[in-house]
Design a protein around this ligand. Structure first.
Ligand SMILES: N[C@@H](CCC(=O)N[C@@H](CS)C(=O)NCC(=O)O)C(=O)O
Length: 227
């Protein structure tokens, strides 16, 4: 059985993407959770993941002898392995568009990622308001998300970014959790999309597990001192 190595469900946004993708698409896998004790070279996490892949990061997918790491590579491998699941949109132009926005997420949104790390269980609306006031680049990241999602929802009529579920929705699921955690203001149509994504069984399962985790990892918590 293929294994997906992931980090803490409350914090690990990169782990969330392929886990949600496989759950929602009905691709069987075994989850191996490696707790974030620290990212120091001698940490349990780095030693465990270093034995699995050369970058010692999660997520990593182990399928028989094959190890695939990095979220985008895992998504592409799954799309090739399970063509019948239609993980990318069917039409070539739509597929190219979906790949463009996933690559944009992969390489961009630096302020959203660094200032608003994923923390599903936390409620940090006051922090979010202060961060937005002090960081125009964070507002620019949020504006781009709103523009991207609005355009795609308008073009396809929803309910998801390319109509039905695709890799793109799994890619942006952790952005939806950040918008909620930090109370970042978005138009009603965008909030409604976030709610639809979070109601998908695969996404809901991750969020429920994250809420049940009840782990406090200080180095992932720039804004809290305890749960
Ligand atoms: N580009 C990578 C990023 C993966 C990543 O940053 N993973 C984090 C956890 S969410 C990690 O393993 N960090 C360990 C470290 O920084 O040493 C991907 O898409 O998989």
């Amino acid at each position: 059985m293929r294994k997906l190595y992931i980090g803490n469900k409350n914090y690990s946004s990169w782990s969330m993407r392929p886990w949600v993708l496989m759950k929602q698409a009905g691709i069987p896998f075994e989850e191996v959770k490696v707790r974030f004790d620290s990212f120091a070279p001698d940490s349990h996490f780095k030693k465990t993941m270093g034995a699995i892949n050369p970058v010692a990061e999660v997520p990593a997918l182990v399928d028989g002898e094959l190890v695939v790491w990095d979220t985008l590579a895992i998504a592409e491998y799954l799309a090739e392995t399970f063509p019948e699941k239609q993980l990318w949109p069917r039409a070539a132009a739509e597929r190219a568009r979906a790949r463009s926005i996933c690559a944009e997420m992969h390489a961009g949104f630096g302020k959203l990622r660094s200032l608003c790390p994923m923390n599903i269980e936390a409620s940090l609306a006051e922090v979010g308001a202060r961060l937005l006031k002090d960081n125009p680049a964070l507002q620019a990241d949020l504006d781009r998300i709103v523009q991207m999602w609005s355009g795609l929802l308008d073009a396809h009529g929803g309910p998801l970014l390319f109509g039905g579920f695709s890799i793109a929705d799994s890619y942006f699921a952790p952005v939806g959790t950040r918008i909620k955690t930090y109370g970042l203001p978005v138009p009603p149509a965008i909030s409604a999309y976030i709610e639809r994504v979070q109601a998908l069984p695969g996404v809901k399962a991750w969020i429920d597990d994250a809420l049940a985790e009840k782990d406090f990892v200080a180095f992932n918590e720039p804004y809290r001192t305890a749960r």
